[in-house]
Design a protein around this ligand. Structure first.
Ligand code: MG
Length: 255
C-alpha cells in the first residue's frame, strides 16, 4: 500500500475501532460476571444536581401520565389500574400488581420521572424497588441507591441482571429523578430466530448510564434467559415490587 492510501486507511481503522470499542467492552465486561455477582464493581457516584420541574412532553409524544389519571394504564389482567393518584403523581399500591399501557410500543424514546419513598425503611433491593419494563420484558431497574449497597447489576438504572449503570447518579430518597431511554426492540425472522438483539441508551438524571448496549435477552432474577420471539410492539409496564414508589410525567415517542 502506498502512502496516499495508507494514512486514510489507518484513520479509518482507528475510527472503526473507536466506534465499536464501547459496545465490545461492555459485552466483554458482562461475560466476566455471574448474574448478581456481589463482587462486581459498583460505578462511581456522581451528583446530578438538584431536581428540576417536570420536563415538558414534545408535541409528537404520547403522554402516558400527566398527573391526573390512570386512563392509559391497566393491570396485567387488563383491568383498570389500581395505583394511587394524588398531587400530580401516581404511587404503587402494594399487592395491586404491576401496571401496563393499553397502547403498545416498539422502538421508542421514553421519559419517566420517579421518586423512591422519602422515609427509608429497608436496605439493598428492599429500598424503593420498582422498574420500567420496555415491551413488558426488558427492565431498567428503579431502586434507591443513594448510599445503599446492592449488587451492581440490580442497582438504580441497571439493565437488570445484565449491565450496571456507568455512574450512580441517584438523588436523595424522596427527590424526583428522571430516566430518558432510547430503546430499539429486538428483531426476529418469521421463524422466530433472533436477527438483532434489543439495544438501549439510558440517561439517569441527565447522566449517560448506558451507551447503546446490546441486551442478552429478557431481564430476569438470577438468570439471563435467551430471547424468545415476540410481537413488534408490546405494552410498556411499571413494576409493583411492594414499595410505594411514585411516578409523574411519563411520555413516549415512537421511533
Ligand atoms: Mg425492579
Amino acid at each position: 500500500m502506498n502512502k496516499t492510501f495508507m494514512i486514510p486507511a489507518i484513520f479509518a481503522a482507528v475510527a472503526f475501532l473507536a466506534a465499536f470499542a464501547p459496545v465490545q467492552d461492555r459485552k466483554a465486561d458482562l461475560q466476566k460476571w455471574a448474574i448478581h455477582d456481589e463482587t462486581r464493581p459498583m460505578p462511581p457516584v456522581v451528583d446530578p444536581g438538584p431536581a428540576g420541574p417536570p420536563v415538558p412532553a414534545p408535541s409528537d409524544a404520547v403522554v402516558l401520565f400527566d398527573g391526573r389519571d390512570l386512563s392509559k394504564w391497566v393491570t396485567g389482567k387488563g383491568e383498570p389500574a389500581k395505583w394511587k393518584v394524588e398531587n400530580g403523581y401516581m404511587e404503587v399500591v402494594k399487592g395491586t400488581g404491576s401496571i401496563r399501557t393499553k397502547e403498545r410500543f416498539g422502538d421508542c424514546q421514553l421519559h419517566v420521572e420517579w421518586a423512591s419513598p422519602g422515609v427509608v425503611v429497608e436496605a439493598g433491593q428492599g429500598r424503593g424497588n420498582s422498574g420500567v419494563f420496555l415491551m413488558d420484558t426488558y427492565e431498567v431497574q428503579i431502586l434507591d441507591c443513594y448510599d445503599n449497597r446492592t449488587y451492581a447489576d440490580g442497582m438504580t438504572a441497571a439493565i437488570y441482571g445484565q449491565y450496571p449503570p456507568l455512574v450512580n447518579a441517584c438523588r436523595k430518597p424522596g427527590e424526583w429523578q428522571a430516566y430518558d431511554i432510547v430503546f430499539h426492540a429486538p428483531r426476529f425472522d418469521p421463524e422466530g430466530k433472533l436477527l438483532q438483539p434489543a439495544r438501549m441508551t439510558v440517561f439517569h438524571n441527565g447522566c449517560l448510564v448506558h451507551d447503546d448496549v446490546e441486551l442478552t435477552g429478557p431481564t430476569a432474577h438470577k438468570v439471563r434467559p435467551p430471547y424468545e420471539a415476540h410481537p413488534e410492539t408490546l405494552p410498556l409496564s411499571l413494576q409493583d415490587h411492594g414499595h410505594p414508589v411514585r411516578f409523574r410525567n411519563i411520555w413516549i415517542r415512537g421511533l
